[in-house]
Ligand binder design. Structure first.
Ligand code: NAD
Length: 520
């Protein structure tokens, strides 16, 4: 009996029934219903695990590989069980996630954490559970007539061991959403969270340990050197989420072992507003996308283009939109801090550089507050008159700063986007369908959202990924399953095969047949 099957039989688990009946235990209640942790249990458990060293991680990878061979690919039931276990563990630690991320950031809105880390990851699990059976099915493919009555189909196999490297900005979702799809595809997984969010990295480790054995899923935490060693491991696939510059380093490291990579990178995502679209609606939607997580979002609208004559009115609408969303900033628990001093200084430098070079900075500060640098909460700002010579238009902003440009014609805005690196997202605001289609076909971006921001990320049935400098490959939905799956083309020969007729020695009707098919 394979281990996967064995596992299913030994775990006639009541929790699966709980889920089916909608009675999933959550956080505090679940924590209370768990057996009391052993004193020092965390530390003991930690000691049993492999260290986050090059040797320790290589040893776990090797154990996972061996287990893949001895246990075979997990079947549908075993994969569903893995998804259930992950779901339960996330729910159990929901409050821990909220606390950890807020500690790491200084302040992270509880609502943003529940929406963007917990709910999105659980939605990925739900969507996967609903479709896994269909995704795993072999796909019949057309057979070349000359090979008939042979039959062709694609078999879906796990790749083996998948590595996941995650960034700090949505540290839970970007570590666990790839895990969902890698597990659904039947893989074992090693995860390297960001060292910039250490408390969250710990909770990710706890979530994983509560649900999985070390040879199923393992988390490796530590400093920069852990990431470097991790990226050099000979995985069967490596998914990296992070900056474009580090993406290049990761791809070089992976190339040494010919490890295929999915790179989920960043970039400058434009928002373009058309001539007739409501400025109030555009400002609300753009500021909502910009200020979620204080702009520290890979798909945050980075800068805006709108008709020249509408810039001033748009700035006023942005002020009103911010005042409605965040009447105050300093003590508002829903306004998130910048993750650390280095990033806070980086953003302050963009503003200083822009001002030095002649740009006008407009503060969106409804209660006219002073925000201490210590709190790392940053006043949202619009930059008018920004040029490509300013760092704010060179680098991905990743903070609450929004350059706003006026265009003379839509062509000008499209030309600007097309003459810059391909963005991860593009936002277009217009109610005219034909112009919408024109902008979508004339520009290339990882994804796009028409008349809103960010929401395309949360659609589990759509692939998510960049293009060119904003990334390669994709995950979420069926494409997520396929990213971590080997699609193996198999031909099943028939005992009535006539293929001998086209094999050596070439005599009889073959010459006539070839003349017919490819000419004299
Ligand atoms: P980063 O590239 O600095 O780090 C990402 C991860 O790589 C971290 O775990 C880090 O420890 C590790 N790392 C850093 N240097 C490394 C090296 N030399 N070798 C091996 N590993 C290394 O990115 P970040 O600052 O954590 O995240 C912000 C960036 O991520 C932004 O550019 C953002 O746009 C991008 N991002 C992209 C997506 C997406 O889905 N496309 C999502 C979130 C963030």
């Amino acid at each position: 009996m394979s281990e996967a099957v064995e596992n299913q039989e030994t775990q006639k688990d009541p929790e699966t029934h709980e889920r089916a009946s909608g009675k999933v235990a959550t956080d505090d209640k679940a924590e209370a219903s768990q057996p009391a942790p052993k004193k020092n249990g965390g530390a003991e458990a930690r000691a049993e695990r492999a260290p986050a060293t090059a040797e320790g991680m290589a040893a776990v990878l090797e154990r996972m590989r061996k287990k893949n061979v001895s246990a075979g690919a997990p079947d549908y039931d075993a994969r569903m069980k893995n998804l259930d276990k992950l779901e339960r563990s996330i729910l159990k630690h929901k409050e821990g996630i909220v606390r950890a991320i807020s500690t790491d950031f200084g302040n992270r809105s509880r609502h943003e954490t529940l929406l963007a880390e917990v709910l999105t990851t659980l939605n990925g699990i739900k969507h996967t559970r609903a479709h896994l059976h269909e995704w795993m099915e072999p796909e019949p493919r057309e057979t070349w007539w000359a090979a008939l009555p042979a039959r062709c189909e694609i078999l879906k196999q796990p790749l083996g061991v998948v590595g996941v490297i995650a960034p700090w900005n949505y540290p839970v979702n970007l570590a666990l959403a790839p895990l969902v799809y890698a597990l659904a595809a039947g893989n074992r997984v090693m995860i390297k969270p960001s060292e910039l969010t250490p408390k969250t990295a710990e909770i990710i480790d706890t979530i994983v340990r509560d649900a999985f054995a070390e040879d199923e899923v393992a988390v490796f935490n530590g400093g920069f050197e852990v990431g470097v060693a991790f990226s050099k491991l000979p995985f069967d696939h490596l998914l990296f989420t992070g900056s474009t510059s580090v993406g290049k380093i990761i791809m070089r490291a992976a190339a040494e072992n010919l490890v295929p990579v999915t790179l989920e990178l960043g970039g400058k995502s434009p928002a373009i507003v058309s001539e007739n679209y409501s400025l109030k609606a555009a400002a609300e939607k753009i500021m909502r996308g910009k200020l979620f997580n204080a702009g520290q979002t890979c798909i945050a609208p980075d800068y805006v283009f709108l008709p020249k004559g509408r810039v001033e009115a748009f700035v006023e609408e942005c002020k009103a939109a911010v005042a409605a969303m965040y009447p105050t900033l300093a003590d508002n628990p829903d306004y998130t801090s910048i993750v650390n001093g280095r990033h806070y200084d980086r953003l302050a430098k963009y503003l200083a550089d822009a001002e030095d070079k002649g740009a006008k900075i407009v503060e969106l500060n409804p209660a006219k507050e002073e925000l201490s640098a210590e709190s790392r909460k940053m006043i949202p700002r619009i930059v008018l008159g920004a040029t490509d010579a300013m760092t704010v238009m060179e680098d991905e902003i990743f903070g609450p700063i929004l350059p706003v440009h006026g265009y003379g014609s839509m062509e000008e805005a499209i030309e600007y986007v097309n003459s810059h690196p391909r963005p991860l997202a593009l936002y277009y605001f217009d109610n005219d369908d034909s112009r919408v289609q024109e902008v979508l076909t004339k520009t290339t971006s990882g994804g796009a959202c028409v008349n809103d921001t960010l929401l395309h990320f949360a659609q589990e049935d759509m692939p998510f990924g960049g293009v060119g400098p904003s990334g390669m490959g994709q995950y979420h939905g069926r494409e997520g399953f396929e990213t971590f799956t080997k699609k193996k083309g198999v031909l099943y020969q028939s005992r009535f095969s006539g293929v001998k007729a086209i094999a050596a020695p070439y005599k009889g009707t073959i010459d006539m047949g070839l003349r017919l098919l490819v000419g004299k």
